[in-house]
Design a protein around this ligand. Sequence first.
Ligand SMILES: C[S@@+](CC[C@H](N)C(=O)[O-])C[C@H]1O[C@@H](n2cnc3c(N)ncnc32)[C@H](O)[C@@H]1O
Length: 363
Amino acid sequence: MAMTGPASDVLRNLLQYGDLSFRDFVEIALYHPEAGYYCGAQSPVGKGGDYVTSPSLSSLFSHAIGRLIDEFVTRSNGAMCSFVDIGCGDGSLLRSLENRNVVPWGVDRSLMRAGQAAAPVHFVSSLLEVEKQGPHLLFSNELFDALPFSRLVMRPDGLHELWVHETDEGLDWREREAAEVYDDYFASHGITLEEGQFADVSLDWAAMYRDIASFSPQALIVTFDYGYRAKQLFHPRARRFGTAAAYSQQRVSRDLLANPGGQDLTAHINFDDLIRMGEELGYETLFFDRQAKFLLSLGLEDHPLLAPLSEAPESVEEALALRETREEARRLILPDGIGEEIRVLVQGRGVANHTWSFQRKLF
Ligand SMILES: C[S@@+](CC[C@H](N)C(=O)[O-])C[C@H]1O[C@@H](n2cnc3c(N)ncnc32)[C@H](O)[C@@H]1O
């Protein structure tokens, strides 16, 4: 495939000195400070961008998170709480949560985008810059699936890692024996890949969660992301070719080396890495299930976007716009697409852990 795209010059320079692991290719394609996909002036997320996320799809999402914040604050007995959106993108979720009784923080390694920097939200590029005082609600949506990942494949002589090299025709794949750390990774999850099976893995999932979980002695960590527990994620038939995908203009493709810096690259995450890390650090796992179930348990039934229409819209245009807004809200909680595929993990430490509303039985 031809080498075109904003990050191509950077990659071409590097590839002169040797192949790049696919993980390093992703790091450059997504996060190179000048040419990376996430480092442009405009956020690629949203209905007019390359892909939608739950906060960018419907205001119903921020309504639900607002309810969670209120519950967190009520349980904190008057202590000043912080809400930290890690991997906040352009910060639109934070802005839609204004007037909640928390100190709002937005953390994103790709600062500063159009729309960020708006008071009263504190935007910073690392969790280390967030104030430590008081209880923290540490939230993320699609942070972990945006971390650079490696691509591995099992061959008759053992596990191989995929690397990228340049040919006269452009970029191509090359396989090398994988570093032992990946064999250890699968062994630690009790996973044996079948011959010919691919898997996409980031050692940063656990490392990043460790940083988040170590941040505050009083924290509720709420993680929304595409992913599964290890046994499902590395299932030899359901996901024989891994989960790596590229997104551009609301379309998915498997052409991971095309248009570097011009398309998103993502892989589903292994929630066992997060669950295990949190529990090792003294967290209790309070919830792990589908987004639809989590949002509904926060009590959305009475929201006007889901309730039957009380009066008919005045014009056809108004009726069409209303229908679209209501459909987008429903997509968050329908048992397919985003409502089904995104999982929510909640772990708590040093916070009142008696039954939260999201733990109530729905059916
Ligand atoms: C898929 S986007 C999600 C944006 C937003 N949370 C949403 O749901 O619309 C992932 C975001 O995570 C940010 N990110 C990636 N690695 C990060 C890190 N180590 N620390 C903070 N932000 C990070 C990226 O810059 C990007 O803005």
